[in-house]
Design a protein around this ligand. Structure first.
Ligand code: BGN
Length: 293
């Protein structure tokens, strides 16, 4: 898998043009691919169409309908790099999918509330008629490197795929994270998400909200599955680090006691979608996550 790192002055329009003009609607080879996950198929072999808010492979019925949910606060350069790489990756797997950016635009603070962003976007998606069956919570700075890392949801278990990560241009190789980690990239269904009441709404700033989720899984006796060690590899793009949340240790201590009172069920009164911009490459939601509550 060869990844693309664009020049810094590329725009979102450039990214969209790249897909529309050079790759989409211009299938070089109309032959249909029979197997669901054919190996070594090139992107050009898979014609895709954008219809009703989703990208569909032509002549193939994907087993799932996937939404890739990516939280942001600025970091547009990472976002564009992500888009340039993720579409081709998903197409090589013949998925039916949509990409959604969830950006915190208010309050303007370095403290990012990732939990509220995910809860809000998933609540929004649930009300749309896209019939999404697989949710992928994906960090914007992670690019999957192996086509064998299938972006498909398991029937009964959340799937965590960021086992090994290497920094771009770092020759030291991969870092293997701790076993408990569920942050980075996580695949699950609406039902699973509701079972553990989504993310806590209380984590402001970097760190801990994903560990809180892992505690919710344990509380609900949900078991996390992972792909093979060989395929679960990612490149981490460079970016400034976010503001650490010093309250995270305290919040984690009582995490599971708040499971039913702090999460997805409670999100509607806490946040507001202030702007929606849909293009074929991404649906960009901008949110006010209301720090005053
Ligand atoms: C951990 C963070 C996670 C983060 C991973 C990987 C905390 C809580 C400490 C008890 N957890 O240290 O949120 O995803 O690193 O970067 O900070």
């Amino acid at each position: 898998f060869s990844y693309v790192i664009p020049s810094t002055n590329i725009t979102f329009d450039d990214v969209e043009q790249f897909y529309i003009k050079t790759l989409v609607n211009k299938p070089k080879n109309k032959q249909m691919i029979e197997t669901h996950f054919a190996k070594n198929i090139t992107f050009e072999n898979i014609p895709y169409v954008f219809k009703d808010g989703l990208w569909f492979p032509v002549g193939v019925t994907s087993a799932q309908r996937t939404a890739i949910l990516v939280t942001l606060q600025g970091r547009y350069y990472n976002a564009k790099t992500f888009l340039l790489n993720i579409h081709t990756f998903l197409r090589r797997q013949q998925l039916t999918y949509t990409v959604i950016f969830i950006e915190q635009v208010a309050p303007v603070t370095p403290r990012f509330n990732k939990g509220r962003l995910y809860n809000t976007a998933i609540n929004y998606l649930e009300k749309q008629s896209l019939n999404i069956t697989c949710l992928i919570l994906h960090d914007v700075d992670l690019i999957p490197e192996d086509d064998g890392n299938y972006y498909t949801c398991e029937r009964n278990h959340p799937k965590h795929t960021t086992i090994r990560v290497r920094k771009l241009n770092d020759t030291r190789g991969y870092t293997r994270y701790y076993e408990f980690l569920v942050g980075g990239v996580l695949l699950l269904t609406f039902d699973m998400y509701k079972q553990f009441n989504g993310f806590s709404n209380l984590y402001w700033g970097w760190g801990g909200e994903d560990d809180d989720l892992a505690l919710r899984f344990i509380e609900q006796k949900m078991c996390v599955v992972r792909p093979t060690y060989e395929s679960a590899i990612y490149i981490a793009l460079q970016h400034p680090t976010g503001k650490r949340n010093s309250a995270r240790f305290g919040l984690l201590t009582w995490s599971t006691l708040r499971l039913y009172t702090d999460g997805y069920e409670q999100i509607e009164s806490l946040t507001r979608i202030v702007h929606i911009n849909q293009t074929s490459i991404v649906t960009h939601l901008q949110l006010d996550v209301d720090a005053t509550r």
